[in-house]
Design a protein around this ligand. Structure first.
Ligand SMILES: Cc1ncc(COP(=O)(O)O)c(C=O)c1O
Length: 409
């Protein structure tokens, strides 16, 4: 344990005023959740919006709805390197994970390999009839190329579920992330662009998907009193301990499992509470402010790694315009150097973290499904990626310390 200034690897601060709004929301009840929904529909220009307990819950509900529409299809395609919550949600919905490798320079699907996952074989023209949905993911906030995906599957009955869990506030060319898929979702978890402690938003223009989601949600139990109390206490704890001056405290408590990505298909799916909707009352202003701060970090980190031959930009090279990243990914060419950076960062409280611990095909509970398949880029990313903090709590001094540490190594 190091008692010192410690930068959270990812953060969307919750302020005391937000908690007051949350408590007001608790008393207003459904009026507050309806108000939040309406403002989201207006901002994103979509017809249907649903608020749930997490990003995982949002994805699971979307997939259950799609499976009700097409009961004979049960496979869902995702990139082989991503947050473990994604396969957790697929399995929670009773479906099977299908994988495609990525391109290291975009962190998106490798489109050359994609036909192998969409068709029965790479050189076949017969589509895989069991494929229900494909999930392009805006990893760390880097926009995935959904229009290219759409071109590839335009004649096949495969739904594009846009995973914008990490991408709220970002844009692809001039279009907001979150409206590019047939159905999309955001996460409002702790380290995302905007946080309500936990939460998920589903957006769609498709009436058929919307009516199935509506039905599924009516069957879901609400948060219990004790769970609402936990939400209120967590929001208080976050408003105090997320600050770098105090972040060493939660970091020293192993049962909080901060920064861990866990495969767990057994999770609660609930409609969002009016407390969470209240926490998000000033969401547009908060998102705008956090974007400005994130962009400043991204600019500094881009310049830092631009000319060094030891580092490769991971996904950030080919994207035009501002990047609204929740963490800045860089691939380190030398494994020893990567371990040294992570070790020093840990000792100095600099908030640099690995990407995800392994490729999806190597998750112990899933690996039997992928025998004989290899996803070398995904595996390499799990071994070489580091991510730098890109949020409003990274001060100018913090940036200087990180630059000095990286330059020193
Ligand atoms: C890409 C991606 N999808 C889905 C999720 C699930 O979101 P939540 O943590 O709100 O369940 C996450 C969470 O980190 C994520 O990173």
């Amino acid at each position: 344990m190091f008692i010192q200034r410690t930068i959270p690897p990812a953060a969307a601060p919750i302020h005391f005023e937000d908690i007051i709004c949350g408590l007001k929301g608790l008393f207003l009840g459904q009026k507050e959740t309806e108000r939040f929904k309406l403002s989201l529909k207006e901002y994103f220009g979509v017809r249907h919006c649903f608020l749930v307990s997490s990003g995982k819950a949002a994805l699971s509900i979307i997939l259950q709805a799609l499976n009700e529409i097409c009961p004979d299809k049960d496979e869902v395609l995702i990139p082989a390197f991503t947050c473990f919550s994604v396969p957790s949600a697929i399995v929670n919905a009773g479906l099977k994970v299908r994988l495609c490798d990525l391109r290291p320079d975009t962190l998106d699907f490798d489109f050359e390999q994609l036909p192998g996952s969409i068709f029965e074989a790479p050189d076949s023209v017969k589509p895989n009839t069991r494929l229900l949905a494909a999930i392009p993911i805006h990893l760390f906030g880097i926009p995935a190329d959904i229009s290219r995906m759409r071109e590839l599957i335009s004649n096949l009955k495969i739904t594009i579920v846009e995973d914008a869990a990490q991408g709220m506030g970002g844009k692809w060319q001039k279009t907001k992330l979150g409206v590019l898929g047939d159905v999309s979702f955001f996460s409002l978890g702790r380290g995302k662009s905007l946080s309500t402690v936990e939460g998920g938003i589903i957006l769609t223009d498709r009436d058929d998907i919307s009516s199935h989601i509506k039905n599924i949600l009516t069957r879901m139990p609400s948060y219990r009193f004790i769970e609402k109390l936990r939400l209120i206490l967590s929001s208080l704890a976050l408003s105090i301990f997320l600050h770098p001056v105090l972040f060493w405290v939660p970091k020293a408590l192993p049962f909080l499992k901060l920064g861990e990505t866990i495969y767990d298909p057994d999770f609660n799916v609930r409609p969002m509470t009016s407390f969470q909707a209240g926490l998000a009352r000033n969401w547009r202003k908060k998102l705008r402010r956090s974007k400005t701060e994130r962009y400043k970090c991204v600019k500094v980190w881009s310049t830092l790694f631009q000319k060094s031959k030891n580092y490769g930009p991971a996904g950030t090279r080919n994207v035009p315009g501002d990047l609204n990243l929740i963490r800045f990914p860089v691939s380190v060419c030398d494994r020893k150097l990567r371990d040294k950076i992570l070790d020093r960062s840990e000792k100095m409280g600099l908030g640099i973290m690995p990407g995800y611990p392994d490729s999806i095909n190597r998750i112990p509970e899933l690996k039997h499904q992928f025998k004989g398949q290899a996803f070398p880029v995904a595996q390499k990313l799990s071994e070489t990626l580091i991510t730098l903090p890109a949020h409003s709590l990274v001060s100018r001094k913090d940036k200087k310390r990180i630059i000095e540490m990286i330059s020193d190594l």
